[in-house]
Each structure stands twice: as structure tokens, then as C-alpha cells.
Design a protein around this ligand. Sequence first.
Ligand code: NDP
Length: 486
Amino acid sequence: MTPARVLHFIDGGPAEAASGASFEDRDPATGELLAHVARGDAADVDRAVDAGHRALAGAWGATSVDERAALLERTAALLEARADEAALLESEDSGKPLALARRLDIPRAIANLRFFAQAVRQAGAPCHPMADALNYTVRKPLGVVALITPWNLPLYLLTWKAAPALAMGNAVVAKPSELTPRTASLLAELLTEAGAPSGAFNVVHGFGAEAGEPLCAHAGVRGVSFTGGTATGARVAQVAAPGFKKLSLELGGKNATLVFADADLEAAADGAVRAAFTNQGQICLCGSRVLVEASIHDRFLDAMVARVARLRTGDPRDPASDLGALISHAHRDKVEGYLRLAREEGGTVRVGGGRPALQPPLDGGAFLEPTLVSGLAPGCRTATEEIFGPVATVHPFTDEAEALAMANGVRYGLSASLWTRDLARAHRAAARLDVGMVWVNTWLHRDLRVPFGGVKQSGVGREGGGWSLEFFSEAVNVCVHLGERS
Ligand code: NDP
């Protein structure tokens, strides 16, 4: 295959990097060169932000809610028509199974566009009457907003931000991860085909430090919505704060799956394995610490091991593959470093731990078997630091209080999944878990209306439904004096 040229998308069309520089986009499963991608820097960011401001001053700024909602719906339909192509781009860029991209990433991207079209149409304006005056509160777009997204769910997370940002009338400058650039360009193309005015949606490709940071720091950007790692989030906050920009940070996680002895253990084992290894364990919500009541620990661990041993790691294009490649060799090195650490910390690898033997062209790919480690102290580094790969640790607990202390004993606080048939315990524990999202007897069961986000070092702010519409707008109150009473 001849590598594609992937350019920025600025002011309604493709644009070369001002510097003329590019970087390579490779398939982590095969090493194949997929594309040469424009390597953005501050000059490209300037052009994109300027284009956003011109759009706001022109055709885009004059659109109505209905027009913007209809634009999102047309874009959803165009994406649906090209869903197979989009899924392939996502799978090749990230190494994830094509079947997963078809089942999860692309349908969810389409759903995001449709959901926020619907949500913005339904949004009202609160009214607070006084005896002699009437207050009504309208929401105005922030202006130009920056959307910075990671590589694990590229189009899924970009549309999760772009749809509400556009619905509320902002102009967007997106900086996707340089590892997964192609579906962001596809989205720009589809929005334009659907009728988005020039400059309403711009994409600057490139690296975090060269393109992402100037975008977050840019004086013309009024809001930054960032999803990525905690250390990067801290840097983004530092850079954005002096400009008093609105900031939403969705960061890392080290989420617990809590399994009580009274749970439906078959369903819990299925759920715990799914939570640990979906997308090669590279989802911020993955349950990478499995906490199991001591009386069932050994039995439950055996049930998980049996399930994990059946998972197939291999060709992302093969429908039989449950896991594909990790995002990069550098990332696999990091994950394997944690496997070495786990052994040093006294852990036993119960299943997995190695690289699968695959035929060319997959033999040099960034593959790693799904791995379960037991026997670790719950406070050790392997059990408390975010690995973001196909590795989960399993730990026993004696009672509810200990389970909660272990679940809460990390610096992250994104989500938790708890498995029990005891209704009172479910509510009690949910209230005491120090996280933004709790699932009971399920995992990653999502309703787009509900708040999404974390506490502690997992982030600041919430996205989802009305929370997203609120983030991407400023509330303006109008108080109308009604005159003297007669
Ligand atoms: P990173 O934090 O490395 O990168 C995220 C994005 O930020 C990328 O586009 C990156 O560009 C960019 N970036 C990097 N440095 C800067 C900077 N100085 N200024 C502005 N932007 C910058 O995360 P990953 O892409 O590695 O994604 C994995 C992480 O994302 C995990 O920690 C995971 O937990 C988290 N995540 C959180 C989610 C949530 O909702 N809470 C959901 C999904 C993932 P580049 O690619 O060039 O480095």
C-alpha cells in the first residue's frame, strides 16, 4: 500500500504544515507505514485558531441551534455510510481488533454525533422570576476551543468532545494523538461534506509538546478539553491557567473491580475479564485491580485464568482475535517493565506474561498476551500505578471495609465496578467509593446523558449530556426589570 499523505485541516480544507515537516504513522501490528502526517507547530496552531475566529465572526457564528444539530446528524449519516472504512483506519492506526472498532469505536462516534444533536435541541433556558423582574439564562459559545485527545479511542473520544462543542456553536481546533491521526482527518472531511462552514472545525496534527502545548497556551483559545495521562493533564493545566481558560481534564485511572462472595460468580468472572482486557486493557476505565473476597479468591482466580487462557491475541483483522496489538513498541516496553516489576515485588504471573508467537508480518508487532498477576501486596507499585495495558492484578480482601480501603488506596479515582447480590451493600459501597463512576454488576454500561469523569488524580470536571453542553458554553443571565407595580 502506498502511504497516504495526511494533512492538517484548516479553514475548510487540507493544509500542509507551515514548516513542511511530517512524521510517520505506522501500524503497530505489522510495522507497515500507513501515512506521512503533517507535523504541526505553533505556526499551524495560529492559522487554525485564526480560522476558528473568522468562522465565528462569519457564517458559523450565525448558525442556529437547529442548523448545528442538523449538521451533526448529516455528519453521523455520512460516517455511518463509511463505517467500515473508519473502523479499518482506527484498527490500523491503533492495533485494536477491527471487530472491536466496528462494534464499539465507530458506532459510538456516530451515537455521539446524534446524541448531542438531540441534546442541544432539547436544552432549555432557565428562568427565575422576581416580583419586579424576570431573569432568564442563556448559554453562549466560549469561542475557539481546543480538543486534545489520546490514541486509545481516537474517534470515539474526539466526537465525544467535538459534537457538544459544535452543537453549542464553538469553533474547534482538534489535536489528536500523533499515533492515531487518520480518523480526525476523516471527521473534518465529513463535517465539511455535511456543510460545516470553513474554520468551524480544524485539525492540527503533531506531537504534544510541539502542537498540543501551543494550542493550550494560545491566547485565542477560550476552553481546553483534554483526555490523556495525568502527568500530561498537569502540564496542560499549567499552560492553560494563566489565560483563565475553561478546562476539562479526563485523566488516568487504576480502577478496582470488587467481587463479593455473594456475587453471581460466572457473570462476575466474565465482567472482570472484559473490564481488564477490552482494547488490550487500554481504556481509562479498565478494571486493572481485581479485589476478591478471600473465601472465594482461589476459585475466582481460577475462573478468571481459565477465561483469559481462552482469549486469542493476534491479527487485528482476524474476527477471531480478542486482543490486537498495543499502541506501540515503546508502550509495550513500558507494560513489560511493569511485568518485571511485578515479579520483583513478589507477584506470580498466573496466565499470559509473554509475547504471542505470530507469523509475518505480525511477528514484529507490539503484541502482548493478556496477563493476570496474583500474590502482590495491594499497596505495591504494580497494583497502584496505571499500566494501561493487558495486565491485571488480583488481590484477596477479608471484609467490606478492607475492600473499600483497598479500592480507595490509590491516587486515582475514575471508576469502580462492584459485583454483589446484596442490594444494601451495593448502595453502601457505591457511596463510599472515591470515584466518579460506579458500576454494579456490570462494567462500561454507558448512557450518554450521565456525567463522566473522575476525582483525585483522574481529573477535574465532568463531560456527558448536559455537563458537556455546560462546559462548552458560558451562562449569561439577563435580568429584565418589569417596571413599577401598578
Ligand atoms: P497522553 O497524555 O500522552 O496524550 C494525550 C494527548 O495529549 C495526545 O494528543 C498528546 O499528544 C497530547 N499532549 C502530550 N503532551 C502535551 C502537552 N504538553 N500539551 C498539550 N497536549 C499534549 O496520553 P496517551 O495518548 O498516552 O493516552 C493514554 C492516557 O490517557 C492514559 O493515561 C489514560 O488513562 C488516559 N485516558 C483517560 C481517559 C478519561 O476519560 N479519563 C480516557 C482515555 C484515556 P501526543 O500523542 O503527541 O503525545
